[in-house]
Design a protein around this ligand. Structure first.
Ligand SMILES: [Fe+2]
Length: 188
């Protein structure tokens, strides 16, 4: 359990330092990762460690203007972090797969990776996260129209990642509602 405490600590430190991912979105998807791991009988520790590591370097990548490299940067940091623990190769590989597959760049090699990727979708399609995300874009001094466009872009991007039936069932109605609300807001 020590690994979970440590990984959470470094993930929260990065959030504190860079503001990314926004804490409220991190919390929404973390809760979902835990819930899905329990419901689907996956290894909760692997899923949560993978979750905490998957966007570890998101803030740093954004600061350096290379957001699209955050998966690779997080994967590198994850490998270094995992070296400190006496884990078997299989466990380590599963955790790395959670990081590397969370945007669909590589296939899911374990249930825990699919859980992380699907939980990540909640950061943009769950109503609590969607409204919180709009607030964070406001704080980043994005105008309303630009924020709406970006939030909708994330809605569509993340919707495509959904693969677990349980998540599709929960998020599809929110996705449709939010798309409709965004369209109405834009047209007014
Ligand atoms: Fe990410």
């Amino acid at each position: 359990m020590k690994i979970l405490e440590e990984v959470r600590k470094i993930a929260l430190e990065e959030i504190e330092k860079t503001g990314l991912p926004p804490r409220i979105l991190f919390d929404v998807a973390e809760r979902k990762t835990e819930e899905l791991a329990e419901k689907l009988g996956a290894d909760k520790t692997i899923a949560l460690v993978g979750y905490c590591l998957m966007d570890l370097k998101l803030g740093k990548a954004a600061e350096e203007g290379k957001l699209e490299e955050h998966v690779e940067m997080s994967s590198q940091a994850a490998k270094e972090f995992l070296e400190k623990f006496d884990l078997d190769e299989k466990t380590k590989n599963k955790i790395i797969n959670c990081v590397e597959a969370h945007h669909g760049a590589v296939p899911f090699a374990c249930k825990e990776a699919e859980i992380c990727a699907n939980a990540d979708v909640y950061k943009f399609i769950h109503p609590k996260a969607f409204f919180a995300f709009m607030m964070t874009l406001g704080k980043r001094e994005m105008g309303f129209d630009e924020a709406l466009d970006y939030a909708e872009f994330k809605l569509d991007e993340k919707y495509k990642i959904l693969s677990l039936d349980i998540c599709k069932k929960e998020l599809e109605p929110f996705y449709r509602h939010l798309k409709e609300l965004v369209r109405t807001a834009r047209e007014f």
